[in-house]
Design a protein around this ligand. Structure first.
Ligand code: AKB
Length: 325
């Protein structure tokens, strides 16, 4: 039987875009010493290092994870380590290794140590060209055409399997593109929606790697963090789904985002030069139906394109003035 009490949390991929902010939010909520940040190679930020424990592990190396789990008596894992869609197409075997073999190690360790909960993120990349692109339903066709998408579908199924077969409490959401002001994303198709802000502030121009009319679902980081923790805190009795919650917030085209930025930086110029990531974006939904997340655990985003854009520009603008951008 799974333990009920959450005492010690391990975050994999804590140096990444979502992992870094999630770790700090978890430390604020559960206490600095109760949240162990981990990463594979990248040097962690000062704030991550100074606010609580940090360990280097590689989720594809089961022993390295087990060692930390034992040392800190971990009972909850947020498995944020992943290879994203664009890098996944350049390095499909690495993508499979980290996203599937790594995930399998995490689930097996969680089962072996009878952990209370595991968070396993999925993505809108689980969908494919045969999926309805507007108001994409919770239950729908999952035939992705990227290796990243294949690993995300398999990850959802594996998490659900561990729940049913072993009683391990595994939960997850299908993240849209996440926009954030603290850590840059790396290797994703939705990364343009973050890069555009940095370039608008630093150079007042940006060359976007998807076409101007490309519409994708996006979310601002504060909503992403809140939603992730809210799902993990929900009483399991409320959940009909486990590892595959659609989670929507805002959807816009690249041009709509550029126009929103222009309201604050009138001389900002955005050009469009699509590359291989366009083909990936074209297979993903435009808008998402997240009624199950709203009903089962009360998901409700706060930000829209204009409040998110204003907040991003305020935060990055301050860092630019301080010379830290
Ligand atoms: C990516 O673009 O690969 C990710 C995602 C949508 O999962 N941001």
């Amino acid at each position: 039987m799974a333990k009920l009490e959450t005492k010690k949390i391990l975050v994999t991929g804590s140096v990444g875009q979502i992992g870094s902010e999630l770790t700090l939010a978890l430390r604020r909520k559960y206490g600095n010493d109760n949240v162990v940040a981990t990463g594979r190679k990248t040097k962690p930020s000062e704030i991550l290092l100074n606010s609580g424990p940090f360990e280097f592990i590689d989720i594809t190396d089961r022993k390295s994870v087990e060692k930390v789990v034992k040392e800190y008596n971990i009972d909850t894992i947020y498995n944020m380590a992943a290879i994203l869609s664009a890098v996944g197409e350049e390095k499909p075997l690495l993508c499979w290794d980290v996203n599937i073999n790594g995930l399998y190690n995490i689930l097996e360790i969680a089962r072996e140590f009878e952990m209370a909960k595991v968070f396993v993120p999925s993505s809108i990349a689980a969908f494919g060209p045969e999926t309805p692109q507007e108001n994409t339903p919770q239950e729908t066709i999952l035939k992705p055409k990227t290796m990243y998408g294949v690993t995300k579908v398999a990850g959802e199924l594996l998490g659900d399997y561990y729940f049913k077969r072993f009683g391990l409490d595994v939960r997850g959401v299908r993240y849209p593109g996440i926009i954030s002001s603290e850590t840059l994303p790396g290797g994703g198709t939705t990364d343009y929606a973050v890069e555009i802000f940095y370039e608008a502030i630093k150079n007042k121009k940006y060359t976007c790697f998807v076409k101007k009319d490309t519409v994708l679902p996006m979310m601002y980081m504060p909503d992403c963090i809140k939603g992730t923790i809210d799902l993990m805190e929900t009483d399991i009795k409320n959940l009909k789904h486990h590892c595959d919650f659609n989670m929507a917030s805002m959807s816009f085209s690249a041009e709509e985002l550029a126009n929103e930025i222009k309201k604050h930086i009138p001389d900002f110029v955005c050009k469009y030069k699509p590359d291989f990531r366009q083909a990936i974006a074209d297979t993903w939904p435009k808008t998402i139906n997240d009624i199950s997340a709203r009903k089962e655990w009360g998901w409700k985003p706060k930000y829209n394109i204009s409040t998110m854009t204003k907040d991003m520009l305020d935060k990055l603008g301050k860092r630019y003035e301080q010379g830290t951008l």
